[in-house]
Ligand binder design. Sequence first.
Ligand code: 6A9
Length: 899
Amino acid sequence: HLINPVERPQTPRVVTPFPAPKIMDLPQFQGGHKESLYWGTYRPNVYLGIRARTPQSLVAGLMWTGVKDGRFSMRHVCQDADELEKYGWMRHNGRDYGHQELVDQDMTLMTSFFKSKEDGSGYGGDWTVRIDVRNENSKLTEDLQQTAHLFFYLADEDGNALSLSRDLLDIHDNSLLAFGSRKDIGSWHLHLASMDDLEVHYSGFKTPHIHNLSDLVQQNLGAQVRKFGRLQLSDTSDDSSNILVFQISGSIPFRADIAFVSGTDLGGNSRLKDRLNSLTGTLLTTRLDEKEREFDDKFKNSFSLTDELDFESISIGKAAVANLIGGIGYFYGQSKISLPKTSDSLTFYGYSVAMTNSPRTYHVIGLISDDWSSNPLVNIFGMGLTEKISEGILTFRGIEEVANLRTPGAGCFEAEVVGEFDDHKELQFVALVIFLWTFWKNILCDAILQFKSGERYISYWPAELYTAVPSRPFFPRGFLWDEGFHQLLIWRWDIQICLDIVGHWLDLMNVEGWIPREQILGAEALSKVPEEFVLQHPTNGNPPTLFLVLRDLVFGMKKNKFTAAERDQISSFLERAFVRLEAWFQWFNTTQSGMATSSYFWHGRDNTTTRELNAKVWHHMELSSQETFSSGFDDYPRASHPGDEERHLDLRCWMLLAADCMYSISKLLRKEKELGKEYGSTAKLLSDFAILNQMHFDDAYGAYFDFGNHTEKVRLSWQEVGGTNHYATRELVQEVLERPRLRFVPHIGYVSLFPFMWRILPPDSLILEKQLDLISNRSILWTDYGLRSLSKTSSMYMKRNTEHDPPYWRGPIWMNMNYLILSSLHHYSKENGPYKDKAKTMYSDLRSNLIRNIVRNYQQTGYFWEQYDQKKGKGKGARVFTGWTSLVLLIMAEAYSEW
Ligand code: 6A9
């Protein structure tokens, strides 16, 4: 049954990389630059984690034992359940220094990271971690946990064995803990030094699943406690361990320096000793002090803060940038991309399974090639598959030939699988069977398709991503539109880091010009994401906020703000990024366009619910139907009935930003006139005041709105629903009490302020006055803590979207939008016109409200929050949200974009 190789299906376009030289291959990202960023605290998901920017790295991390409900529990992965009073980076420069404080009940840990490239160091240099353990609450020292147990580990993702040092005894004089060798950095040593009386134990493990490390350590300890009654690792390891965990125990307070040196085969012994000395003890103290001062100076120079700010606010400003920068991670893996649902035909590329007439027979087509990356074997064994095969429940027909196909890329095979499976869900199982089978026969395969709750997906190509993250405990991964806001701070801190991050993101673009919104790369990232959020939808976008930072850079070039070297880097970056940016623009411009000329709407909202209009009741509101995740505003109210006539105001403005930015980049790079002209005229069209008003301005409300098929008479109510199953259940369902019609969608909120944020309104226009009125009106958007996302007068204000969906963008205060609105107020307070003074007062009031509230919350809770409650200003949602909430620093510094 072998298919002719000629008929081999092409790789689906959705997983085909954009065919242009990668930005990250530019010379400016190689050599010294790349090496200088090799090691870092690039594992934001753990309290302290170090790795290199390479797919399979040597990773290091810290755990310690805490107490929960009277029992020991491991602290490792950042999680709310640990109830740390406070943690985060107080200082971090993104390169070679960071200082973090973690308060866990009575114990305070301070972790410093320091990196240096010395004569004789291997690639990427040496690094060291200082851990200070203190007991702040001295009264309790007597009775409570006097001893602290730290667990510092080193793990090789490549599976290479790590060697344990033979004598772990004398730690006063820099004792060797472990050593090994890797292709990237050569030979390395890990040392521990301390002046305190510490006890060291260890344990070795062998496993490719580093994300389960806390469990491994906990199990080992648990067994020890049961056997010997002591909390002490087993002191066992064999030659094949790829993970070594060192338990460092001591009575509080104590200090331990853990130094990692590479290139140890190169340097002479004496030089190695010097290097180790300078990475530990008093010499390290001196170097850390220097770094601290350097950070403070850089902070002062990058963000000039006015005198009106008190010391406390300034240190919170420092924490904002330190946490954003310290939270930068490096990820590697494959996104899962949803493929359009089809009801019957289930034939597709890669490993595919199609149902034939008989429910128990599946038709299988597999592709064979040389691209092999992940290994889902574990899942398969977990499902008891081996038994099924041995019991003959599963048989294969025709598939045998595949075994003879030894040459990768040689062709396809077709086969039938007969098994005890009779519904779609089981297909997933069958696909895995085939996968296992070929794996067994040592055949490599590419695109592997699986089924997941009726949805099918395909893997994106394996990709690297270097990016900041919104929140270490909740969302320790990249989000496309969040990143544009992060970069507003980061470019002001370190342009090279900024370009490196933006370059990584743009390299994730596929041939269509699409970039997946949420980047869940690798097992560690995946372990944090609920299933319903995993798949990325190629029909859905996310605001192209990277243009916000590009616009700043282009403007800075025009105004001669950068050094000559920076100018060169920005130019060559833009030069190479240009085709990608064009494709990105085109992706939005074509796939997200609306019916009316120059109108746009976020596609991908499910409109199947509208079919049930006559029945008046829509059952089973799907997350995707009423929410517009792609816009970034999730549940912000849009037209009640999704459809092609919709016009989304925010997207229109994002398109304006993109077009305008493309226009200035073309001019800057002196691209062909024609090209630039087109972007110029698009920008002109999109910023045309009259057209904007005609398409989005509602005279009756004096506000800008979305347009679409809409009725306000929709409500959620509990109803008895008889499902396909036998039970009648009560569910919150949506009732439509009136036929929707095409109209403006009358919700005042962040979306209505986009034309204001984009500064489209002439400074003397009456509409500007109206916008200022909406903003400053306490019954609409104004609060003492910032501006509400949705007006108090909106019919959706603080309404749940579904039973399980509390209001998110329907009232609470968000920092990214407040920042943009504030910066427009700043702009209008400088423009001559009748509303200048009004804008000025509002600007300074809003600014101090935002700062005061974030500072107060930080002081009270120890954290930055995802959003702030509009009634009392209380932090809400994810805490340690050091993503766009860190924009508070730009607000303090009054650093806004100009164009
Ligand atoms: C949920 C829950 C342990 C939602 O900041 C990232 C995004 C924004 O881009 C978006 O605009 N946040 C905003 O509306 C958070 C999204 C989290 C989705 C996955 C996982 C895990 O809990």
